[in-house]
Design a protein around this ligand. Structure first.
Ligand code: PD2
Ligand code: ZN
Length: 288
């Protein structure tokens, strides 16, 4: 009897498992055999293993001389490991920090009123999110990003300007270097597959984007609500998941446009309810 093969997708958990097997010294053929035994089709298993190990290799510490030089990045003043920071008169909790990749999770960055205000201002302007078209530097709808979104202009509204001042103070980075705030709404099932936020200079379209203020060097994702299920921000290179909690935020920075920064990250599928976030991307220079 013929069986119809189910499509088999390579999950972050499978990728991690493959890397763990390789690090433990397992032979590739044994790893493939173990996958086949647990129901994977051989060709899918081979492709999963090859792509996972190729991408993993790029995240390993390379010879510094082979990498583009590091650039200064935004960084909160965390010397002395404070549990709170005062940013433009607003107390923000420091919940978790990681050195590599540089990740900081903040609590209470936004008040409930500010979260509600951002969602209300954005709602009527939401449309299907797009991603950068690498060839042209324009944008296009992409199945790897199934949220709805919109961009505010920098300082477009008193509420936006207040939040941007707070972010500038918190991260020690000029407000002018920030892109306009982006609002995203994920419905159940919506996700943002793992990606890097920097622009890969090898793509033809990057030149146009980089002309507006240089590279992105940091990202702040602020959670405007707490979804009923799912929607974590994930960092697959290091197995880190940040739960979306209203008012909290996750910040990460990258000193070069390279996977060795381990800043691969994604928005896991929302399982129940909606997930709303505001993203602030920070550039090297004034964003125009
Ligand atoms: O919504 C998120 O958790 C998320 C995940 C990955 C947002 C972004 N990237 C982004 O806005 O760049
Ligand atoms: Zn991102």
């Amino acid at each position: 009897m013929n069986t119809v093969a189910k499509p088999q997708s390579v999950t972050p958990e499978l990728r991690r498992w493959i890397i763990e097997q390789a690090e433990a010294g397992c032979r590739p053929q044994d790893v493939i055999q173990a996958m086949i035994t647990s129901g994977w089709q051989e060709d899918v298993a081979m492709r999963a293993m090859e792509s996972t190990l190729r991408e993993h290799l790029a995240t390993l510490p390379a010879d510094e001389s082979d990498l583009p030089p590091p650039v200064p990045v935004p960084e909160p003043p965390l010397a002395g490991s404070p549990s709170e920071l005062l940013a433009d008169g607003h107390l923000v909790k420091v919940l978790t920090t990681l050195k590599h990749p540089r990740v900081v999770v903040f609590g209470g960055l936004l008040t409930d009123e500010e979260c509600n205000g951002l969602m209300a201002l954005a709602e009527a302007r939401l449309s299907r999110s797009e991603t950068v078209d690498n060839a042209t530097g324009g944008s296009e709808v992409n199945p790897s990003r199934t949220s709805d979104g919109m961009f505010f202009e920098r300082g477009e509204h008193a509420l936006i300007a207040r939040i941007e001042r707070r972010i500038g103070a918190l991260l020690g980075w000029p407000v002018e270097n920030g892109e306009g705030l982006q609002i995203l709404r994920y419905r159940p099932g919506a996700e943002y597959k793992p990606h890097h936020d920097y622009f890969d200079p090898v793509h033809a379209g990057s030149a146009t984007i980089l002309a507006r203020g240089g590279q992105r060097v940091g990202t702040l994702v602020m959670y405007l609500n707490t979804p009923e299920g799912g929607g974590a921000t994930t960092f697959p290179d290091v197995g880190l998941e940040v739960a979306p909690v209203r008012g909290n935020a996750v910040f990460f920075s990258y000193t070069r446009a390279h996977p060795s920064t381990k800043t691969l990250h994604g928005g896991a599928p929302v399982l129940a309810g909606e997930k709303w976030v505001a993203t602030k991307w920070l550039r090297e220079r004034e964003f125009v």
